[in-house]
Design a protein around this ligand. Structure first.
Ligand code: AHR
Length: 391
């Protein structure tokens, strides 16, 4: 079966990728500045088309043995003209971001596009997610996509995938205790946290705010998105002598954000002037709690609200002034995952790390850019046009 031969080729590609280590990403965190949003979306599409061409060229150059017929088959959606079966172990359905991520995969890996997508919603249960991956091995799927709920505990099951000759592609969150996957497509969460901190520093200077007393509502415990955002923001807070009064998990949900904020409003009444919510849904819950407690938040009010994700509903809250700044985490990874699969199908070696393009959004037109990790990056004032173009 040609599918089996392709699997062997893919194992060779995985091994080559492992030896290549983490270098050579086509779009590193440092190379992926936040930028001018709506106008840039069109440019992004053009860039994607150019990147498609470049990836096709690379694949051809990478492996002279891969014949034209194989490349044609891959572009058509199947190495032998047949359906490609993909198992996708998704985190759950906790947020608007997650809904957009799931839709992105379902749209790209559709029957019409030549795929059979086996989708498992793991409902934020790390053990269930590992069992879902084992189920995909038993089904002998062609590829496995994992968005890891937590960043550790992966090496054994990834070894099982490798032994079965099934390439694994990781999206969004990272796996920190194993290298046995072909590619990872996602965001630099520490950079997002640093960006939030750098924005707050510049904003406070602009507004003459001399003291920062922040409350953090973290995402799910053990998720790399939580770890990175927490670390990045704390680094800037420590460097500037800010006080982080408390930092507790809201589990990336609206209910979690509300519950934590209700408790913060009682414990820290009148003592905080910044709330950092690690996703939009937590911010929605936190705003409900603050409103109920009589706390004035948002632009020109007592408490600055910072959020992450920048999904449509989050951006609406930025435009209305309820959220001061929102740092995008782009959930539309599936087109890049498909490029990885096409590269493998044509015998090439995909990039080990692929970073999503992201934008940073604000309400007020008072700062045009901030510098993060030594790189100046634009801040985008949210407009209705931007909201209409968002996922
Ligand atoms: O891993 C990405 C994070 O997970 C998003 O910020 C959050 O909304 C989601 O649930």
């Amino acid at each position: 079966m040609k599918r089996k031969i392709v699997s062997v080729l893919m194992c060779a590609s995985m091994t080559a990728a492992l030896f290549a280590g983490c270098g050579g990403s086509s779009d590193t965190a440092a190379d992926a500045p936040a930028n001018d949003a709506a106008a840039d979306k069109a440019e992004d599409k053009a860039d994607d088309a150019a990147a498609d061409d470049a990836a096709a060229d690379d694949a051809a150059a990478d492996d002279a043995a891969a014949d034209d017929a194989a490349a044609d088959d891959a572009a058509a959606g199947g190495s032998d003209g047949g359906t490609i079966t993909i198992g996708f172990a998704q985190v759950g359905h906790e947020s608007d971001w997650r809904t957009a991520s799931t839709k992105s995969c379902q749209d790209v890996f559709s029957t019409e596009n030549g795929y059979d997508l086996q989708f498992v919603d793991c409902d934020n249960d790390a053990a269930a997610q590992i069992e879902a991956v084992r189920g995909f091995i038993q089904q002998a799927v062609d590829y496995i996509i994992i968005d890891p709920i937590v960043s550790t505990g992966w090496d054994t099951v990834l070894t099982e995938c490798e032994d079965a000759g099934i390439p694994v592609i990781v999206i969004d969150r990272t796996i920190d205790d194993s290298d046995k996957y072909v590619s990872w497509v996602g965001s630099n969460f520490k950079t997002e946290g640093l960006a939030a901190g750098e924005w707050l520093k510049a904003y406070a200077a602009e507004k003459g705010i001399s003291e920062i007393n922040a409350l953090v509502i973290e995402g799910s415990t053990g998720a790399s998105a939580t770890l990175g955002r927490t670390e990045g923001f704390k680094e800037i807070a420590d460097a500037n002598g800010w006080t982080i009064l408390d930092s507790q998990t809201g589990d990336f949900t609206e209910a979690g954000g509300q519950e934590v904020m209700e408790s913060y409003c009682k414990s820290y009444e009148g003592k905080f002037n910044v709330v950092v919510c690690q996703n939009d849904n937590e911010a929605f819950g936190a705003m409900t709690a603050m409103k109920n407690a009589g706390v004035e938040y948002g632009v020109g009010k007592d408490v600055i609200v910072i959020s992450f994700d920048a999904c449509t509903a989050g951006l609406e809250k930025v435009m209305s002034g309820d959220i001061n700044a929102d740092f995008e985490c782009n959930p539309l990874a599936a087109p890049d995952v498909e490029k990885v699969i096409q590269t493998l199908e044509s015998g090439g070696t995909p990039e080990k790390e692929i970073y999503m393009t992201e934008h940073w959004y604000v309400n007020e037109d008072i700062l045009s850019s901030i510098t993060v990790d030594g790189q100046e990056q634009p801040l985008t004032v949210v407009t209705q046009e931007i909201i209409d173009a968002q996922y």
